[in-house]
Design a protein around this ligand. Sequence first.
Ligand SMILES: [Zn+2]
Ligand SMILES: [Zn+2]
Length: 240
Amino acid sequence: MDIERRLLDYFAPFRRTAWLPLVLEQDGPAWASKFGGAAFLPEGESHPICPNCGRPLQLLLQLDVANLPEPQCWGADGLVQLFDCTNVDAKCESKCQAFAPGSRSVVARRVAADTPGGASSASIEHALAPKHIVEWSFADDYPDFEEPVSRQFGEQLTVDEFYAWIDNGLTLVGEKLGGWPAWVQGADRPPCPKCSRGMEAIFQIDSNDLVDLMWGDVGVAHLFQCGEHPDELAFTWECH
Ligand SMILES: [Zn+2]
Ligand SMILES: [Zn+2]
């Protein structure tokens, strides 16, 4: 039996649906799901600033939770926002260890539904091309070979089969909501600061795909959320 057939047979019980964003190459309304573009800012709040370089953070991702295809984020409504400093001159990424949870140059937060406010007018250097997420398609997604649930399957394989699996895995790369995270180094879910349980990856951002940024050496980034404590969000990336 070929490796793909065996993978599908073994991993069928672990199948999840991943939602893939379809975008218009333009900014959307302030309260919308998008990559880049103008972030929604609550009334009276200023745009988040990088503590290392003092410049406004770049909006990487904003999710309008009530209009997601499935409740893949916890908290039912409101916005999820992810900001990062993309200023290469000041080396904010390395100085603030932007790849690790709780980095000073990353803001991952929720904005409550019906919060008054509007689009941020902050001017971002080297701003990402804005992309308004207008629709979602879906696809089957399966665990990465790094997942604990994959270990038993891996033990049944020869070395050649194992490498065939790594090359032809069933975990979706690219941007996706939900599904199984594609890991580069290991299944590393940051612990929730409130309950210490591993948080779930709710969104994956790949290198140089819909978001034109490279995570280290062609890495993959994930936004995590605690199912028990929806205000606890974390952002990490792994690279080669
Ligand atoms: Zn900075
Ligand atoms: Zn928690």
